[in-house]
Design a protein around this ligand. Structure first.
Ligand code: ADP
Length: 157
């Protein structure tokens, strides 16, 4: 039986920090399904289809990575893909509070699904989608922090 993890997020846009979380997830799981949250309330820079297509393009050579978009409960998405775990990344202590609440809430909703965290790699602890959007909108070069497919999308904004 293949072990699947769901990696949910906004991915607005996907960064090399996210890519690193997926790669490390693949050391523990046979398959990682990336769940791109619709999250219209967050006022994302890119619509969900664009975010999804950037994620798919990033992992197009990787058969054990899939990407879907979702807007319901994460535990339902996890179920639909027979996932044993939810995968998340932790950068600084500031991530902890929110991640802890989310993991606790998801466990209340469904005890069978564990949330598993990987610590950000040193080179990417400061990389966030928000930081990428801000720097890029002010004309800064972020091409070393995002997958190549993302660069023209940022430039077009
Ligand atoms: P969300 O809106 O759910 O926070 P994000 O797309 O910002 O979605 O992040 C998805 C997950 O990836 C979160 O668990 C976040 O902490 C993690 N993450 C984001 N950037 C990094 C990074 N540079 N290194 C490790 N984990 C990261």
């Amino acid at each position: 039986m293949k072990k699947t993890a769901i990696y949910p997020g906004t991915f607005d846009p996907i960064t090399l920090g996210h890519v690193d979380v997926v790669k490390r997830g693949l050391k523990m799981f046979d398959r990682v399904v990336i769940g791109v949250a619709d999250n219209p309330g967050k006022g994302p820079m890119f619509d969900v289809e664009t975010r999804l297509s950037m994620v798919r393009e990033t992992f197009k050579g990787e058969p054990n990575v899939e990407a879907v978009c979702f807007n319901g409960l994460l535990v339902d998405l996890a179920h639909g893909h027979q996932a044993a775990a939810i995968l998340r990344g932790l950068r600084a202590a500031s991530d902890f509070e929110y991640e802890f609440q989310m993991a606790t809430m998801n466990r209340r909703l469904d005890e069978r699904i564990e949330t598993v965290f990987v610590m950000a790699r040193e080179d990417y602890t400061f990389v966030s989608s928000r930081f990428i959007r801000e720097i890029s909108s002010m004309g800064g070069d972020v091409s070393e922090l995002v997958p190549p497919v993302v660069v023209p999308f940022l430039a077009a904004k």
